[in-house]
Design a binder for this molecule. Structure first.
Ligand code: HEM
Length: 121
């Protein structure tokens, strides 16, 4: 009886397990083609040096740090080419300057921005 149950379990496992003869042409799950870069390409936390590369110039993405978090502002009209009002530029930490802005730090909530990484100087 035990043997029968064991072999039934084994059979159901073998039948339910997907078989991919050739993963490249089979129905194996493919990576999603999201527009954003793969999560692995963006570090979970970014240093000032890493952030600097995301300056919005020459096709680079435009990232800014604010209160310990990094936000992607690439597609915001007011951040075209990584430039903003009052000489603010992408690739930098704006925390010391946000109090001089008319909108304040709440702008990230208003725009519904999700941090792409934590900012660690
Ligand atoms: C995460 C950082 C920031 C984001 C996402 C952001 C985004 C925006 C957006 C969407 C606008 C246009 C809409 C509005 O006025 O609310 C704007 C306007 C403006 N921002 Fe920012 N901003 C940021 C940081 C800053 C900083 C650090 C400063 C200056 C110290 C600044 C200064 C201004 C000024 C002067 C305007 C123009 C307001 C006007 O007269 O129409 N921003 N910002």
């Amino acid at each position: 009886m035990v043997k029968l149950i064991a072999s039934l379990l084994l059979c159901s496992f073998v039948l339910s397990a997907p078989v991919y003869a050739d993963a490249s042409i089979s129905s194996a799950p493919k990576a999603t083609t999201a527009k954003a870069p793969p999560a692995a390409a963006i570090p979970k936390s970014m240093s000032a040096t890493q952030l600097k590369a995301f300056d919005g110039k020459n096709g680079h993405k435009a990232y800014v740090a604010l209160n310990g978090k990094v936000y992607d502002v690439t597609n915001i009209d007011e951040w075209k080419d990584g430039k903003h009002y009052k000489g603010m530029v992408a690739g930098t930490d704006l925390t010391p300057y946000i109090s001089q802005s008319p909108h304040g730090a709440n702008i990230v909530k208003e725009l519904d921005l999700t941090p792409v990484a934590m900012y660690k100087k």
